[in-house]
Design a protein around this ligand. Structure first.
Ligand code: APR
Ligand code: ZN
Length: 253
């Protein structure tokens, strides 16, 4: 049965229909319907564990061990989940040429897994499905690192240069990847509709992109379960579940 468009969502249908270049901007609320907890809802990740800051990871061996314990135990839930209806709907909009770029704060790889082409995906906070050397950048697969960590308790170091290896996410206090930030800025300034899905919009510089889009003349739409910090700036705010809203907007053929 075709998903009926509720009257309050018809404005979203109109905006996306008239837009020439839509950018979708996603946060952790995109993945809760895949079973991945977000960060700031009740019971979210930061209510169960404190973030490990980048400096702590680099300087404190115990913190580094804790970070790897979290990564290999999957306690944050960032790896191993499957895309949900909202991810598939975005992938359909991308395939139909309606979305020019997906900027995500998420590290769970679910936009890739749902078919968004890597060249249209901008991962502001990196990706939790692999690791990289902090010195030479060499990629390391988690499965291999996990064996030596769980076996001999070895904290991963680079197999090439001996440098520190870290899951490829951007931690608090870690410099943002400049090339990725530039890519996100270019996409933001080129869009005429900026669609935020599932973010509380409290973390900068990521939350600066909806502001940049709005200041540059784009329409700003926020779909989120709760009110966000930027609702007053938005042309349209829909407080609801992303999966159903996006499936109604981009139903399967
Ligand atoms: N549908 C709609 N909204 C949802 C859903 C859902 N199924 N599930 C959760 N939400 C909303 C929550 O109400 C919340 O406002 O998504 C928002 C998620 O906000 P946060 O948990 O703050 O996540 P996010 O905005 O992505 O955090 C940004 O903070 O800790 C850092 O690096 C981390 O990328 C993350 C950044
Ligand atoms: Zn190295």
């Amino acid at each position: 049965m075709r998903n009926s468009i509720k009257p309050e969502n018809s404005e979203l249908v109109r905006l996306i229909g008239q837009a020439q270049r839509t950018v979708v901007f996603t946060g952790a609320g995109m993945s809760t319907e895949s079973g991945i907890p977000d960060f700031r809802s009740p019971g979210g990740v930061w209510s169960r564990m404190k973030p490990i800051y980048f400096q702590e990871f680099v300087e404190d061996k115990d913190k580094r061990r804790e970070a790897w314990n979290r990564a290999f135990s999957g306690v944050a839930g960032w790896v191993g989940a499957a895309p949900n209806a909202g991810h598939w709907a975005i992938a359909r909009l991308v395939a139909r040429g309606k979305v020019a770029a997906v900027i995500t704060q998420n590290v769970d790889n679910l936009h890739q897994d749902s078919g968004v082409p890597p060249e249209l995906l901008i991962e502001l906070h990196g990706n939790a499905s692999y690791a990289t050397c902090l010195d030479c950048g060499l990629r390391h697969e988690l499965a291999i690192l996990k064996q030596s960590f769980l076996g001999a308790g070895e904290i991963p170091v680079c197999r090439d240069c001996g440098g520190l290896v870290k899951v490829a996410t951007v931690s608090f206090g870690q410099p943002m990847p400049q090339a990725v930030m530039k890519q996100a800025e270019t996409a933001t300034l080129a869009c005429d509709l900026f669609l935020v899905l599932g973010s509380s919009l409290v973390v900068y510089p990521a939350a600066g992109f909806p502001i940049m889009a709005k200041r540059n003349g784009a329409k700003l739409v926020i779909v989120n379960r709760e009110p966000t910090d930027l609702d007053d700036l938005a042309d349209l705010v829909l407080n609801g579940e992303i999966g159903p809203v996006m499936t109604a907007l981009a139903p399967p053929n």
